[in-house]
Design a protein around this ligand. Structure first.
Ligand SMILES: *Cc1c(COP(=O)(O)O)cnc(C)c1O
Length: 358
């Protein structure tokens, strides 16, 4: 007889990490193609000597640095083991059995998982035909049972954004005791001035939380550190209440702190600028080859290959280029170095042209 596990586990969608194939170009996980900044790596090595000690459970120094950076009160900040952990904590502080969590679909694949693990009910709201959040439909999907809404801006995996006016209209349409999360994992790559910095919206919206991460533009995906900035300190306190003790390691805290130092600013800005140039170049090349690619404000592009997605992704992988395919829907292709991106574009030219181009 096997042990009795929670029923919900059998219906849980699996999180599919981007595949790492030895010798292949990996464009599947929206990672930074370059290693940590030299002084960040040095800091990690220095503090590695202290790992016989537990980390500071409150991430005190990092919390203060983040509060200073965003000009908010430290009580509004909660640090987490990657912002995906904060997504789970946000569910845990708001929703349980019988409660609903609204998110766009397709969006970040962790949302339905953390909602189901939390015992709540996910309410996915389809993207518009041009791959954007349908905020009016999301507002209409809010019921008295809704406790939390995720808005991913830019959206993973489509790269599309919602602008300031649309978000303001959405916030005006939903109850002000409903927690709204703006997941801004790709905020650093945004160049469209219509897309707001969510932190600027906090002062006027007590029910808003913004998520940021060190995994993407800061190049620290393997360190696992992200944070929430909440309009209301009570939300940040609740997030800290449900966090796994000592979830953010000393290495992660110190790597993040080093990344916030002034000497990191210019180097990080250069890296982001390169990613932005590459994103626009790769999109233009794909459009020229007849692929449909929505404008992206992230470090990736979305190619809606529909039913062909799995076959195209397999063909690319046979040519040592790994993208993140979502069966029946499309592929998310991380932009990387010009060399890696050229490898992707070259591999693609060996495949049959998309139906729309013929
Ligand atoms: C990558 C990503 C995150 C966070 O990742 P962490 O590594 O857990 O900080 C959060 N949201 C979205 C939409 C992402 O794509």
């Amino acid at each position: 007889m096997s042990v009795r596990l929670r029923q919900t586990l059998s219906s849980l969608p699996a999180y599919v990490p981007g595949r790492s194939v030895p010798g292949a170009v990996k464009l599947a996980s929206n990672e930074s193609p370059t290693g940590p900044l030299p002084h960040v790596l040095e800091r990690i090595a220095e503090v590695a000597a202290d790992v016989n000690r537990y980390p500071d459970n409150a991430s005190t120094e990092l919390t203060a640095a983040l509060a200073a950076r965003h000009d908010v009160d430290p009580a509004q900040v909660a640090v987490g083991c990657g912002s995906v952990s904060l997504c789970q904590q946000l569910v845990n502080i708001t929703a349980g059995a019988g409660d609903e969590v609204v998110f766009a679909w397709r969006s970040f694949e962790a949302y339905p998982i953390v909602v189901a693990v939390g015992g709540a009910t996910g309410v996915p709201v389809p993207l518009t035909p041009d791959h954007c959040h349908d905020l009016p439909a999301m507002a209409a999907a809010v019921t008295p049972a809704t406790r939390l809404v995720f808005v991913c801006n830019p959206n993973n995996p489509t790269g599309t954004t919602v602008d300031r006016d649309a978000i303001e209209a959405f916030l005006a349409a939903v109850p002000d005791d409903l927690l709204v999360v703006l997941d801004e994992a790709y905020h650093e790559y945004v160049t469209d001035p219509e897309v707001p910095d969510g932190i600027d919206l906090l002062a006027a919206h007590p029910n808003l939380v913004v998520l940021r991460t060190f995994s993407k533009a800061y190049g620290l995906a393997g360190m696992r550190v992200g944070y929430a900035v909440a309009a209301d300190p009570a939300i940040a306190t609740a997030l800290r209440q449900v966090q796994t003790p000592f979830a953010v390691t000393t290495l992660a805290q110190q790597a993040a702190l080093a990344s916030l130092e002034p000497r990191a600013t210019e180097q990080l800005r250069d890296r982001v600028a390169t990613a932005v140039v590459e994103r626009d170049r790769v999109r233009d090349a794909l459009l020229a080859a007849g692929h449909d690619v929505p404008p992206s404000q992230g470090n990736f592009v979305w190619v809606p290959w529909g039913e062909d997605t799995t076959a195209v992704a397999a063909e690319l992988e046979a040519q040592k280029v790994v993208v993140r395919g979502f069966a029946g829907s499309g592929a998310r292709v991380t932009v990387s170095t010009p060399e890696d991106d050229d490898a992707f574009l070259a591999a693609l030219t060996t495949l049959p042209p998309p139906p729309s181009a013929t």
